[in-house]
Write a protein that binds this ligand. Sequence first.
Ligand code: ADE
Ligand code: ZN
Length: 322
Amino acid sequence: MPAKPLPKAELHLHIEGTLEPELAFALAERNGVALPYATTAELRSAYSFTDLQSFLDLYYALMAVLRTEDDFAELADAYLTRAAAQGVRHAEIFFDPQAHTARGVPIGTVIEGLARALDDSERRYGIGTRLIMCFLRDESADSALETFEAARPYLHRICAVGLDSAEVGNPPSKFREVFRRAAEAGLHRVAHAGEEGPAEYITEALDVLGVERIDHGLRCLEDPALVERLARERVPLTVCPLSNVRLRCVDRLADHPLRAMLEAGLLVTVNSDDPSYFGGYVDDNFTAIRDALRLDDETLRLLAANSFHAAFLDDRTRRDYL
Ligand code: ADE
Ligand code: ZN
């Protein structure tokens, strides 16, 4: 019998990246959206990426099937069902409002739909949940500000803001003002940095945006002083091993620097990023690195415990999970 998955928190998960081909086809039919693929197998065969942008092109295109509150609720329910089976007890879930509002879907439809599934997630799935609203860094700073203002009526449903999409050429400093407003509104802050972009983007995200976690952060290893700072300040890094291989940030899983990151004293967590596209949910990531990097049980337990230490939880709830 396979071992029971370790209880863990998932902190780097794009809800749109959990859209499985079967659900995409069902929603396409329900909403009268034409997909340029005849079958789910044909769609899956398009999941061969050369870099982050080649993935993002498909990721945004497939979102065309998400139109109603029900669609977003169904998407989140499908993720929570899978996450529960993978040992997830707490999930901090990214969403990309601009990818939907640009298609004419109101931000309230997105947030209310997701919230419907998340509000009841503890009772139905045994998973506590939070929402993290991400800004698309390849859109303008003004677009991020407009999105933040449009989200004001819903901020009670949002735990944090984040920054994602095409990294290179879109440094964190471009989003100084919207992160300032988010901090003023009492929200936590995170950002993708050092996935494809340079180590300086990690430093900027910390110093200019005031982020509390770095999403990915792989390229910190190119700057020993930064590694030392991240370790000293206990800044969590939400690492996504299968994603890193699929998007060619790392050649092979056996070359993944996760072990080196742990040995450098970094607060590393393991996450799935866009599991429908990258070949596995969070426990699949744990299993894959266990095998590829020959991690022992103690290291796996450390990674699971780190996920709760890095989560936006109050101390009492955190203690209950640990
Ligand atoms: N959006 C969804 N997945 C992403 C990733 N891995 N990097 C940047 N933006 C993303
Ligand atoms: Zn991501």
